[in-house]
Structures are given as structure tokens and as C-alpha cells.
Ligand binder design. Structure first.
Ligand code: SF4
Ligand code: SF4
Length: 470
């Protein structure tokens, strides 16, 4: 039921009416109901939650396994270190994730929202704390209506303290992906956390507390961009949570063992349990709605009722519009296949790029202050600055070679050692007898190869400039 009043302050005669633009939120008191989909929700949510909380504590080769080191512009993910130069890989990864989401949505609707989205997982956790302190649905409604007394104060305080603790751990963990977690923990206990870290921990604590404690389904309804466009991804063969209206209607209460068909009733006993368990507070019997997050909790509830009254299950089920209309439904359809193929191609290309990625970058900067200089022996000399970026996780010794049309004499160390993650600057001079030069300038290629791993190599072209020949 839309609870919308009108839009602004209106004066008619002596009376002034306050008119509201938006629907007033009605608090949802979701009933807990254990069934197949709730268990599935738990099993998909807990590993994701544990992954998020524990990943910063995992150490690989003495450093945090996942650490986005912004000051050093290095992004450590498991055994690899990425640099801003690897931005294309990140862009690819995001495109792959978006495509994976499209593919899953075309196949099974919003299951990501119902089972794995952080908003859902954290809201479920917050609801668990709420239930622990305030009890089940009816007790919570009664408590909210009751006057403030000791019982209400301690229950509400306990709930908010519990929420704040979870929110703080969430905020702390998020910041630990950007600051070494062990140092951050020591800083927390010694009250010496740096102001930027304090700000971000407080920010994410507040956001978690607000989103999972208060906003809940409103984040899905009004704030999430995925919820806005997911409806265009659906087609008549997408699996969505649906109520079988033909079978269920007309709904109504009936006496046990009565011939309800003869009484003109359908299978829905109008117990409203499907509405009471819904975390977004909708009635699935009103048809497919954009607010539905496909969590399947109404299926659990309705199946239990159907079992109790000894009717067939699946009055509410994951099904397609075509199946409900008794027309042919194809799960494997061209659109889905196109998404799967595009996804497979992108994952293959991404994996290839990742596996063949060389964690080494060479830049050559030619001395621009003078074109060339002549040595006391009458040779032509060019000066180069080599910028060697070792993007690997271990130190490397590199061999420097030069290739070109001439046999250049190289002055400067041809073996350099660069630490893991270091950008090393190295000066080199190339010399050549001017009598050998057939033109005023020529291409030279600097080749850098790790002495420990021949595949770790990079090269860069530059110019060798001599006197202009007439
Ligand atoms: S209608 Fe059912 S599937 Fe949709 S959000 Fe509510 S409980 Fe979940
Ligand atoms: S739970 Fe099933 S029987 Fe009860 S109101 Fe919902 S659809 Fe009808």
C-alpha cells in the first residue's frame, strides 16, 4: 500500500496541510523461518564474510597477502604485485565481473542480491543480533510499542552495542586492506592510529551501522544501481521467485479437510507467512516486483505451509514466466549462450594476459641537454638514463645489452641489481667511431634481462645521434 501524502505545504482557507514528496518507510519486522533457502543463504554468506575478515591476516613471504599500498602505488594480491601500469588488467577484471553478473542475472535473476551481496549478508547479521536481544517478530513489535522501561533500555542498548561492534570490525577490516593489519591493530590498542585511518574506520563503521541497521531494504530499493537495471536483463525464461496465481487464487482461509475446490478456493490459505518472512516487506502474490531480491525465504515459508495442509509444494517457487504460462521454457537460449561465450573469451584473454605479464619495465631517457659529445679520442658519445622498475616480489640482477646497426662501446655497469618493488635509475654511455656512421642518427635498442630468469626481459628503443652528414 502506498503511503504517500502530497507534495508541499498548501493553505486552504484557514488550514495548512504539510504534504510529503516521498513514501514514509514502514519498519519491517521480518519473521525468521528456517528452510532450504535460509540454509543456502547462510552457507553462501559465511565463507564470503570469513574471507573478507580473514584475508588481511594472511601473510605471504612476510607481507600481507592482499594489501593495497597506496603511498607506494603497489597493489599486492596473493603472489602478485600490480602497479598503476597494470590498470588495464583491473579494468578487464571489472568488465569480467560485470559480465558475470549479467550472465547470472539472465539465468537466475537477482540471486546475487539475495545470497551474496554484502548488504544482504551484513543485514542478516544485524538481524541476528536484533533477534538475540529483542526476540522474535511479535516480541520486537511489542517492544517497540511498549513504553521506555529498564527491559526496553537494556535490550535496545545491547542491540546497538552489538551492531556498533560488528560495524567497527567491518570498518577496521576495510582499512586493513590499505594499511598493514598487524601495525593497525597495535595502533588501535595504543591509541596511536593515524588521523586518515581514524577517519576511514569511523566512516565505514558509520556506513555499516546505518546501512545494515537502519536503511536495510531501502539500499536495495533506492540506492543500488544494479536493482535499477536488472529488470531489463530479465526475459520470459529467467528463473525468478514467482507465485503460481492460477493455482493459488482465489486465496482464503478454509477448514481443515474441507473441499476447498468446491468452495471455489485456490491453494493459498492466505496465512501471510510469505509476507512476514520477506526481508524487503513485499507480497510476492502481487506478482514479480523490482524490490524482490530473490532470496527464496518466502518459498521456504510457503512450502512449510503447503506441507502442513498436505497440498503440493511450490506454490511459490523459482520458475520462469513461460513455465507459469504453461508455454515452452528454454534455460539454454541464444542470449544466455552469447553471454557465456563472451565471458569465456574474456576470462581466457585475461588469464593469458595475467600469466604472460612481465613484472619489469624499462624506460630510456636520452640526455636532451646536448645531442652528442666528442671524446678526447674523437669518438661520438651519447648519454642515457635507464629507469628500471622491478615490479616483481623478489630482487633481480639484470644484464643490460644494446642492439643496433653498429657495434657500440658501452660505458657503465652492465649488471645491475634492483630490489623487489624498486625503481632504479642507471646512467649509461654509448660510444661510436663517427667514421662508421652512415647517417646523422640511428636506432638503438636497450635490452634488459634477469640473470635468474631469462623470460623476465624488457626492451626499449632510443636514438643514437652523431654529427649530421652532408
Ligand atoms: S518476495 Fe520472497 S524472494 Fe522476494 S525478497 Fe521477499 S522473501 Fe525474498
Ligand atoms: S505462505 Fe503460501 S499459503 Fe501462505 S499466504 Fe503466502 S502464498 Fe499463501
Amino acid at each position: 500500500m502506498v503511503n504517500t501524502e502530497e507534495t508541499h505545504r498548501q493553505t486552504s482557507g484557514d488550514e495548512t496541510h504539510v504534504l510529503y514528496l516521498y513514501e514514509t518507510r514502514k519498519k519491517i519486522y521480518a519473521r525468521r523461518f528456517v528452510g532450504f533457502f535460509r540454509k543456502l543463504k547462510k552457507r553462501s554468506g559465511i565463507p564470503l564474510l570469513l574471507g573478507y575478515l580473514l584475508l588481511p591476516w594472511w601473510q605471504i613471504d612476510g607481507r600481507q597477502a592482499v594489501w593495497f599500498d597506496l603511498p607506494e602505488r603497489q597493489f599486492h594480491i596473493l603472489w602478485m604485485t600490480f602497479w598503476p601500469q597494470d590498470f588495464m588488467l583491473l579494468a578487464w577484471l571489472l568488465i569480467i565481473c560485470a559480465f558475470a553478473l549479467f550472465t547470472v542475472t539472465v539465468l537466475v535473476g537477482r540471486v546475487w542480491c539475495g545470497f551474496s551481496c554484502p548488504q544482504t549478508v551484513w543485514t542478516m547479521m544485524f538481524m541476528g543480533v536484533e533477534r538475540f536481544f529483542e526476540g522474535g517478530r511479535n516480541k520486537r513489535i511489542k517492544l517497540d510499542l511498549a513504553p521506555w522501561n529498564f527491559n526496553k533500555v537494556w535490550r535496545k542498548s545491547g542491540k546497538h552495542i552489538g551492531w556498533l561492534l560488528i560495524a567497527f570490525v567491518t570498518g577496521f577490516t576495510f582499512v586493513a586492506y590499505f594499511n598493514p593489519v598487524r601495525e593497525l591493530t597495535v595502533e588501535i590498542f595504543t591509541f596511536s592510529v593515524q588521523p586518515p585511518a581514524v577517519f576511514w574506520i569511523a566512516f565505514f563503521t558509520a556506513m555499516t551501522y546505518m546501512n545494515a541497521g537502519y536503511l536495510r531494504e531501502q539500499v536495495c530499493k533506492y540506492m543500488c544501481p544494479y536493482a535499477r537495471f536488472q529488470s531489463v536483463m530479465f526475459d520470459s525464461d529467467t528463473l525468478v521467485v514467482s507465485y503460481d496465481e492460477v493455482r493459488g487464487e482465489p486465496r482464503g482461509a478454509r477448514k481443515k479437510g474441507s473441499d476447498y475446490v468446491a468452495d471455489g478456493l485456490g491453494d493459498c490459505v492466505d496465512c501471510t507467512l510469505c509476507v512476514q518472512v520477506c526481508p524487503v516487506g513485499i507480497d510476492i502474490r502481487d506478482g514479480l516486483q523490482s524490490d524482490c531480491i530473490s532470496c527464496g525465504l518466502c518459498i521456504d515459508a510457503c512450502d512449510a505451509i503447503m506441507e502442513k495442509v498436505e497440498y503440493p509444494k511450490k506454490l511459490i517457487s523459482f520458475t520462469t514466466e513461460n513455465r507459469l504460462n504453461k508455454t515452452k521454457s528454454r534455460i539454454l537460449r541464444p542470449r544466455l549462450m552469447a553471454y557465456v561465450l563472451a565471458l569465456a573469451a574474456m576470462v581466457s584473454l585475461f588469464s593469458y594476459a595475467l600469466l604472460t605479464r612481465v613484472p619489469l619495465e624499462l624506460d630510456i631517457i636520452r640526455d636532451r641537454s646536448l645531442l652528442y659529445r666528442e671524446t678526447s679520442r674523437g669518438l661520438i658519445e651519447n648519454i642515457y638514463t635507464l629507469r628500471i622498475n622491478n615490479m616483481d616480489n623478489r630482487d633481480h640482477q639484470y644484464q643490460i645489452k644494446v642492439a643496433g646497426d653498429y657495434d657500440f662501446e658501452m660505458l657503465g655497469d652492465q649488471l645491475v641489481t634492483v630490489s623487489a618493488g624498486e625503481v632504479f635509475t642507471h646512467l649509461l654511455r654509448l660510444k661510436l667511431d663517427p667514421g662508421l656512421l652512415k647517417a646523422g642518427n640511428t636506432d638503438v635498442t636497450f635490452i634488459l634481462t634477469s640473470t635468474q630468469d631469462e623470460k623476465l626481459t624488457d626492451s626499449e628503443e632510443s636514438r643514437f645521434i652523431g654529427p649530421f652528414l652532408l
